[in-house]
Every structure is written in C-alpha cells, then in structure tokens.
Design a protein around this ligand. Structure first.
Ligand code: PLP
Length: 428
C-alpha cells in the first residue's frame, strides 16, 4: 500500500502500524536490550539468519525498525539501517564495500567533518580517497581506478549550499560498475530523491532536518536495492561466502536486501554504531512534519538570500537558488522544489565584521548545527574551520569573511530585522 502514498502520508504512516500488543497509535519506545526467545530452536534460527526477528538491540529494535522502514519508504529504497550519528552512517555505508587498498572518489564540496573523516581517519583502515570537483565529469572518470569502490557526494553541500548534478554523476558510477553514495542531509527526500536519479545508497545525518528540532544525534544508510553486487568480484563482502555465518553469501541469500542485511548482521553487530530507541522516537516525531517544515525553510531561505544579495553591506551570497549562482541551472533542473536552506554570505569588513555580526545576532543562535526549526549562524573560520590555513578555509567555502546561515521557520520579518541590526553593528 505504501507504494501509492504521497510524501506526507509516508512521513506520518510508513513503518508505523498500531502496536500489535497494545494498539498504541504512536510508535512505542521499546526500551529493551534483549528479546525472549520462544525456545532454543527459535534462538538458533535467529542467530543463523534463517529467520528474521529480534535478538539484541545492538542489531535490531522495533522503534528503530519503524524509523528504518519510514526513511526507506520516503527515499524509495528497499531497506535502511539507522546509526548513532551521520558520521557513523558514512562509515557503515562504506564498510561492506571497502577493504585495505581500496578507495573512494569523493566530492571536494563536502561538510568539513566529512573531509576530515575521509582524508584522515579512514586512511587508518587502509581506505583511500580522491577528492574531485564533481562538476567536472571527465575528472571523475579519470579518478576512478580498479580499486575504486564508490563515488560519494552531498546532494546540497555544506557549507556553501552548492548542488550536485546527481543524474550525471550516477551515469559515471553506473558505467564504472560502482555505487554512488549520496549524503542527502541538506536536501532531505522532500527536495531530492537520489535513488530516483540513479544513486545506489543514500546516507543522512538525521540530526538535522529529518528530526528537525536539534534534539537528536543520528544517522541512516538507505539501500536502493538496485545494485548487482555479484556483477563483478569487487564486492566480496556481499557476493562471496561469509565465514562468520557458516559460508552464507549475502547477495545470493537475501537478494536485493543483501546490503541492508549485511549492515545489520555484520555492520551493527561488529561496529556497534547503533541508534538508541529514544533517538529513533524523537526522529519519528520530527519526520512527521518534514514536508511542512522544508517548504517553509526554503521559502524563508529564498527571501533571506535575496535580501542579503541586495544589501550593500554584503559582498557575496552562495545560495544556489539565486539566479546569480553558477549552480542555479542545476538547482532548477535537479532540485525543482528548492535549493535547501543553508548557505554562506560574505560581509564587508572581513573576519572582524563576521565575528561582530555573529555576536550581535539575537534571534539566530550561534551554534555548530544546522537544520533546526530555529535559525542558526556560525562563523566557520573562527570555529569549526579555525585549525585550517586561510587557503584551506577558502577551498572549503569557509573563508574568513564568510558566515554560514541555516534558515529556520520563524516569521521572515523577524529574521530580516535581526540580520539588519546585526549587519549595522558589524559594519558601523
Ligand atoms: N553530513 C552533513 C552534510 C553534515 O552537515 C553533517 C554534520 O554537520 C554530517 C554529515 C555528520 O552528521 P552527524 O553530526 O550526525 O554525525
């Protein structure tokens, strides 16, 4: 039935039938570590993956399961695995694909924390990364080698709000026989459905718009179910016998659910980056209003970006929804419902003016977060990116004269008034 439901219906109902034990209409928080086996045979069948069921909440939990089913339905995937954070979801997404000596081709326009995770931390697993400008498809093709196991990008990128031409990049991944992984955190499935555009996997930081109110740290990996893991010998975790399950082959046994089952049975079992049921509950609450919120986020972001662009105290605005943006055509074609609600702008007066602006904003909160109902601001060069050189800051879209805004869903007049008084104080 869910196939015929619209976006808002899925956001409220997918994965959440009334509780079979009590009739509870809202998804209960199953705050339990373990589940009683019916008998020894039942336990054995569960541990052998011969029967699907609950064993231990590091692997599966009904509240988390409801969220997994809901996000999978909203993204048009066959399955999803929730994780303890967006960063955990990225490791979980790569884990079945990678091995020492393998690499990924990743966009240069990514959240700074992801650039660090890819350029520093995953190297300790023996995994490599090649950062490429994904607008240059020839460079993407040239970067892919025999050891490349995925292309990774953000649909709308943090902090600039630039957009990726997902259908074009998906074609390159497809021709190379490797999955395209899209971090859809900033767009959410309301603005962009990467799987419909050819992506194999979608990851999210649920911490942001999906929960929507700054209460949770969480992530998810969604599988399209469309990739043929056995078409080459590149993905032995999915296509070859698994010693830890008596030689079971995930792809052969679970078909298009192979990647999802691997994520739970191997990924969560051994990496343990599990989402807790309380976090799943808050995210389920938040997701119910995702469509309403995203419409207002985008409406406000367009108005703030236009207002800033016309202000003589501002020297640049990066919002891809503005006709002046080099990404405007891609945004209109690939993201027709809007280019999100996160972007940067440059203030006359540089670093000093930016710091003053942030200190003088009253309604915008100065925090290292985004995607909240509240409007948020950060001066990356003096905070999240302060360890980088100025050149590195500029390359990351976080130069000294740039402030990042995450536009919330307050009344637009109040947001503009706050920006106006803070700009006046900053540039006086
Ligand atoms: N992806 C994007 C686009 C982000 O902005 C962030 C965090 O800001 C992450 C991933 C990481 O998510 P989390 O903080 O939930 O680990």
């Amino acid at each position: 039935m869910t196939e015929t439901w619209g976006f808002d219906t899925l956001a409220i109902h997918a994965g959440a039938a009334p509780d079979p034990a009590t009739g509870a209409r809202q998804v209960p928080i199953y705050q339990t570590t373990a589940y009683v086996f019916k008998d020894a045979d039942h336990a054995a069948r569960l541990f052998n993956l011969q029967e699907v069921g609950y064993i231990y909440s590091r692997l599966t939990n009904p509240t988390v399961g409801a969220l997994q089913a809901r996000v999978a339905a909203m993204e048009g995937g066959v399955g999803a695995v929730c994780c303890s954070s967006g960063h955990a979801a990225q490791i979980m997404a790569l884990f079945p694909l990678m091995a020492p000596g393998r690499n990924i081709v990743a966009s240069t326009r990514l959240y700074g924390g992801t650039i660090t995770q890819f350029s520093q931390t995953i190297r300790r697993f023996g995994w490599g990364v090649k950062f490429v400008d994904l607008d240059d498809l020839e460079a993407v093709k040239a970067a892919i080698d025999d050891d490349t196991r995925a292309i990774f990008c953000e649909s709308i990128s943090n902090p600039g709000g630039y957009v990726t031409d997902i259908p074009a990049v998906a074609k390159v991944a497809d021709a190379a026989g490797i999955p395209l992984i899209v971090d859809n955190t900033l767009a959410t499935p309301f603005l962009c459905k990467p799987i419909e555009m050819g992506a194999t996997l979608v990851v999210h930081s649920l911490t942001k718009y999906m929960t929507g109110n700054g209460t949770v740290t969480g992530g998810v990996v969604v599988d399209s179910g469309k990739f043929d893991w056995s078409a080459s010998d590149k993905f032995p975790s999915l296509s070859a016998p698994e010693p830890a399950y008596h030689g079971l082959t995930f792809h052969q046994t679970f078909g298009n659910m192979a990647y999802t089952f691997h994520g739970i049975a191997i990924g969560l079992r051994d990496l343990g980056m599990t989402m807790n049921p309380q976090a799943a509950h808050y995210t389920l609450m938040g997701i119910e209003t995702l469509g309403l919120r995203m419409e207002k986020h985008v409406e406000n972001a367009v108005k703030v970006a236009q207002w800033l662009e016309n202000d003589p105290r501002v020297t640049a605005v990066t919002y891809a929804g503005l006709p002046s943006s080099p990404w405007h055509e891609t945004a209109a074609r690939v993201y027709p419902k809007g280019a999100g609600a996160l972007f940067t702008f440059a203030v006359k007066g540089g670093y000093e003016a930016c710091v003053k602006l942030v200190d003088n904003l009253a309604l915008f909160s100065h925090v290292a977060n985004l995607g909240d109902t509240r409007s948020l601001v950060i001066h990356s060069a003096s905070t999240t990116h302060r360890q980088l050189t100025v050149e590195q800051q500029i390359a990351a879209g976080a130069g000294p004269d740039v402030v990042r805004l995450s536009i919330g869903i307050e009344n637009i007049e109040d947001l503009l008034a706050d920006l106006d008084q803070a700009l006046a104080a900053a540039t006086a």
